[in-house]
Write a protein that binds this ligand. Structure first.
Ligand SMILES: [Zn+2]
Length: 401
């Protein structure tokens, strides 16, 4: 028998525990909950070690035993993964946590962390015979999925709010997506997609957590952080949560690594950051709740975070409670001030969503939740280049010289 490329065994419902076949196209469980991919971790341990992984190409497919694609030939890649984990000494000093590191996801294809979920999601969908995908998006996921769909020769249908970053519209259209604009939020875009799909057999709905494999791509952020730290975990990970797939994925990754014995010790305390104009997870966390209430009239410059009710809210909250983490909201003024400060101090043009994490760290130091000795990893989920309207340029007139 040939050596398996993936140790994928089956899918589990995240809520009711029902087991599902991983080798058929799947959406959500009949109970409505997302499905999570499970692996034969004993097989993984037999197949590969951290030492083997060190010798592989520097992309996210280096962890292929822990990813769902069964055959190497089915991988659809634009060179995604292994983004830098940058020391941020000056920003860290300014915030009171000198041991600050930033995982810079702005370096990925299409400029955001969405490339990870799209690469793995599209690859697995193509492997299972899916010929067309459809999704609602706040912009960046649509840009990523339409690019990978083009690479795979797959049709794509994307619906996004009119308020989404304009360049993401252009990215989808340029990649050949059928683009729909919605005067509303991502929830309204989701309703449009569901309606259109009733007339489109053969299209798979790949909305956040409506299929099982996007999260597996996002999981690689957690795998990379552990490997880049020498197969250990940091004290705290700070993450900007919209749909929250990244934080759920990082939590899943670190638990798989613990079970494999590739890392040891306590899981990092996970922090979900949301803008004050759309903070359903923060509100639920503060109430000790296990689910969110839909946020009325979401509004923020950190557009990727305008998700009024994440489908995976119970999984995000579970990850926060289980790790002794927390949830923090920050105002647009605070996050825009940090965006300017970080690029001036470190030269890294981060996105507003990433900037929200820096504003959250400032709050958590002031409240004492974070100690100055803590090793903190912050996720910058995309390049600032996608949001030129958040970056006013000061220009000097020749006459002023
Ligand atoms: Zn279920």
């Amino acid at each position: 028998m040939p050596t398996p490329y993936s140790a994928l065994s089956h899918l589990d419902c995240a809520r009711c525990g029902a087991r599902h076949d991983a080798d058929q196209v799947q959406g959500t469980c009949s109970c409505g909950s997302p499905l999570l991919a499970r692996y034969d971790l004993r097989l993984v341990a037999d197949l590969v070690s951290p030492r083997d992984i060190a010798g592989r190409p520097a992309d996210l497919w280096r962890y292929h035993e822990l990813l769902p694609v069964r055959q190497a030939g089915h991988v659809v890649s634009l060179g995604e993964g292994m983004t830098p984990l940058l020391p941020m000494p000056k920003a860290g000093q300014a915030l009171g946590v000198p041991d600050l590191l930033m995982k810079d996801e702005g370096m990925l294809p299409t400029g955001t962390f969405k490339a990870r979920g799209a690469a793995v999601g599209v690859s697995r969908a193509a492997e299972l015979g899916v010929a067309a995908i459809a999704m609602p998006t706040n912009g960046n996921a649509g840009a990523a999925w339409s690019a990978y769909a083009a690479r795979a020769g797959m049709a794509s249908l994307i619906a996004m709010p009119v308020g989404a970053p304009p360049v993401t519209r252009a990215e989808c259209a340029m990649a050949g997506a059928e683009l729909h604009l919605v005067d509303g939020s991502i929830a309204d875009a989701g309703q449009l997609v569901a309606k259109v799909l009733q007339q489109r057999p053969g299209y798979q709905n790949v909305a956040t957590l409506k299929e099982p494999y996007r999260i597996e791509g996002k999981k690689t952020m957690g795998l990379e952080i552990a490997e880049q730290l020498g197969w250990r975990m940091p004290g705290v990970i700070v993450y900007p949560a919209g749909g929250g797939v990244g934080i759920i994925g990082i939590y899943k990754a670190l638990r798989e690594l613990l079970e494999l014995g590739w890392v040891a010790g306590d899981l990092p305390r996970l922090v979900a950051v949301q803008p004050a104009g759309c903070a359903p997870v923060v509100k639920a966390f503060e109430a000790g709740a296990t689910e969110t209430e839909p946020w009325p009239d979401p509004k923020t410059v950190a557009f990727g975070l305008t998700v009024p009710k994440p489908l995976g809210d119970f999984l995000i909250l579970d990850a926060l409670y289980a790790t002794g983490g927390t949830a923090v909201s920050v105002t647009d003024e605070e996050l825009l001030a940090e965006q300017r400060a970080v690029v001036r101090l470190e030269g890294t043009l981060i996105c507003p969503e990433g900037a929200a994490c820096f504003a959250a760290i400032r709050q958590l130091r002031e409240s004492g939740w974070l100690s100055p000795a803590e090793e903190v990893v912050v996720l910058n989920t995309g390049t600032g280049l996608i949001y030129p309207e958040t970056m006013p340029a000061q220009v000097f007139e020749p006459s002023a010289i």
